[in-house]
Design a protein around this ligand. Structure first.
Ligand code: M6R
Length: 611
């Protein structure tokens, strides 16, 4: 989704901003641009396509200065084009802005600006109105800060906006509502950005800007104001990631690197939640035994891959903790008036902690009295900050758009929460509790070994990469993993793929199976193994080519599937942690063979901060 970088200091703003924008490329974008303030003027260059195009465009131009703002745009209002790219300027070029989010009342604002101020718009975007509004009020107030306040008072929607004025080259003014914004604290320089990775090379100390706050960034000062325009004291947030964690480390793609980082992510997520006696400790999470007895329903709410982690989480929590769980898609939950009260535990799952629909669902649940626990990867993200408690996944920065290590660490959190709840409530016997913990502890090593045999999956990919359709089927927790495997394949290889509960096949979807159809059948559950064999036979009988995923001991599958990928032996409950790996690798190699842009699939963004 869109990215923002702002810089003010003694350095070359163009270079620093371009560098920051490149570090946000992974979020997905279709155009980019930079505005530099110098000698009482603002120079703007922007272009459709990759940042490399922008760099090429401005390299020979007199484009140096020490203050500027930059943007990567992911089109919402208006197609990707030079005109629609940010920054946008007001009519006389005295103001430039970049904007992430959506201005819901932009049509009204356009009319007002046209009628009252004769504004002529140059783009089809909602964002351009912001530049004109600030421009109108700047004429009146002569202060960028005041003009931003006035403009914001007329805007409805979600936004992180950074603005510069030609006549005030000593500051950048930014404002945030429901869209992330941070200010980076440098030495003799300061920064603004939508995301931490943009600034990692330059600063480790940042201020997290809260909703409805305005921030004025000068070379040696950052001043934050609340909604009532009072100055706010904010603690410095120390970033613990280093810039290397956001590098490819010899892999061709971040996705590939991140698949291989899963054993480490699982290990780290477990290590931080297991005490010296091997018991689960939820230090820093305020859920007491009494609270647990008071909970009569759990909602697991998320989007995309995080939602798929919730599908598996439902099985784990219902089984170990005996509490009814409903897993829901955030964009559905937020508009369907769900049954939530003060006995509901609302667990939202999000890698970025910034997904707008998930955030809105969280607020809806909170409004109805639920207790909010979030499972989040990005420390200090908006969802983390608005939750009562946060259970962090320790995946490290996930850069590829296709989520992999965030998913497996989210699963670990689901298991730990489920086990903790069950054991604390006394519904899960200690032996069972310890047995599953032991299985979890063994997972990183098993997964590491499995990933060493990637060659066989590459061979399989070579056989399959020209297919244009795929089906993923499974039962129980495998059903959730099927959804994730299918999403991985479709989002990076553009193969038309979909997942379905295996038992549902014969209620309609089997009509699509024909000679050569590719079916990936997950059969890792001992209890459901025979049922899966029947489903495999059903599709085989109609000519499908079946890849079976099973535990090493379940050889019987070889009699039915065309190709079998064995995962290491483990308890049924935790097989998703291992079973997803072959699906991720298969998707990766197929996409690579098809020549796809794996880390930045078309039309997708890493963090979806619009509806
Ligand atoms: O940051 P989040 O986990 O809230 O993101 C939710 C989805 O957009 C995300 O999981 C998406 O489905 C994956 N990147 C797909 O691989």
């Amino acid at each position: 989704m869109c990215g923002i970088v702002g810089y003010i200091g003694d350095g070359n703003a163009r270079k620093i901003i371009l560098d920051g924008l490149k570090r946000l490329e992974y979020r997905g974008y279709d155009s980019s641009g930079v505005a530099i303030v110098k000698n009482g003027r603002i120079v703007v260059e922007k272009t459709v396509g990759r940042i490399a195009n922008l760099e090429e465009k401005i390299i020979s131009l007199p484009f140096d200065g020490n203050v500027g703002i930059g943007h990567t745009r992911w089109a919402t209002h208006g197609a990707p084009s030079d005109a629609n790219a940010h920054p946008h300027m007001n009519g006389d070029g005295s103001i430039a802005v970049v904007h992430n989010g959506i201005i819901e009342n932009y049509v009204e604002l356009q009319e007002w600006l046209r009628e009252k101020h004769g504004v002529v718009f140059k783009s089809e975007t909602d964002s351009e109105v912001i530049a004109h509004l600030i421009g109108v009020f700047y004429k009146d107030k002569g202060s960028l800060l005041e003009a931003v306040y006035q403009a914001v008072s007329m805007m409805r929607g979600a936004y992180a906006v950074c603005a510069v004025a030609a006549a005030e080259p000593d500051k950048i003014v930014a404002v945030r509502k429901d869209t992330p914004l941070i200010a980076g604290i440098g030495e003799d320089c300061n920064f603004l950005a939508s995301d931490i990775p943009a600034l990692l090379k330059y600063v480790k100390k940042i201020y997290l800007i809260e909703n409805n706050e305005t921030v004025m960034v000068e070379k040696n000062r950052i001043t934050i104001f609340d909604e009532g325009r009072k100055r706010v004291r904010r603690d410095v947030f120390n970033v613990t990631w280093n810039a290397d964690a956001a590098e490819k480390d010899g892999y061709d793609h971040f996705m590939h690197k991140e698949i291989h980082e899963q054993p480490k992510g699982i290990f780290e997520t477990l290590r931080r939640r297991l005490d010296e006696n091997g018991l689960i400790c939820l230090d820093g999470i305020s859920l007491t035994k009494e609270d647990l007895f008071g909970i009569n329903k759990i909602y697991l709410v998320a989007c995309g891959t995080a939602y798929h982690a919730g599908l598996v989480g439902k099985y784990a929590i219902e089984k170990f903790a005996g509490i009814p769980v409903e897993t829901d898609i955030a964009s559905e939950f937020r508009y369907r008036d769900p049954f939530v009260d003060d006995r509901t535990l609302f667990i939202c799952v999000s890698q970025s902690g910034e997904t707008l629909d998930t955030m809105a669902a969280l607020r809806e649940a909170k409004r109805k009295g639920a207790r909010i626990l979030s499972v989040v990867n990005v420390v200090g993200s908006s969802i983390a900050r608005e939750s009562d408690d946060v259970f962090y996944t320790w995946a490290g920065p996930e850069i590829a758009v296709a989520s992999t290590k965030a998913y497996t660490t989210q699963l670990v959190c689901m298991y730990l929460l489920a086990l903790y709840m069950g054991y604390t409530k006394g519904v899960l016997p200690e032996g069972e509790y310890r047995r599953i913990i032991e299985e979890l502890r063994e997972t990183p090593e098993k997964l590491e070994k499995f990933l060493e045999n990637e060659g066989s999956i590459l061979k399989l990919a070579k056989k399959l990469y020209k297919k244009e359709q795929a089906f993923f089927i499974g039962r129980g927790p495998d059903c959730g993993v099927s959804y994730e495997g299918s999403l991985k394949l479709k989002e990076i290889s553009y193969i038309n793929s979909f997942a379905i509960a295996a038992g549902e096949l014969k209620h309609g979807t089997i009509a699509l199976i024909e000679e050569g159809s590719l079916v990936v059948a997950l059969a890792t559950q001992d209890r459901l193994f025979k049922k899966m064999l029947s489903n495999i036979q059903e599709v085989k009988a109609r000519g499908a080519y079946v890849i079976g995923i099973a535990k090493e001991s379940n050889h019987e599958i070889e009699q039915h599937a065309d190709y079998v990928i064995y995962i290491p032996e483990t308890a049924d409950e935790v097989t998703p942690l291992l079973a997803v790996a072959p699906l991720q690798l298969l998707a990766y190699h197929i996409a690579k063979l098809r020549g796809c842009d794996i880390d930045k699939p078309k039309n997708l963004a890493k963090s979806v901060t619009v509806e």
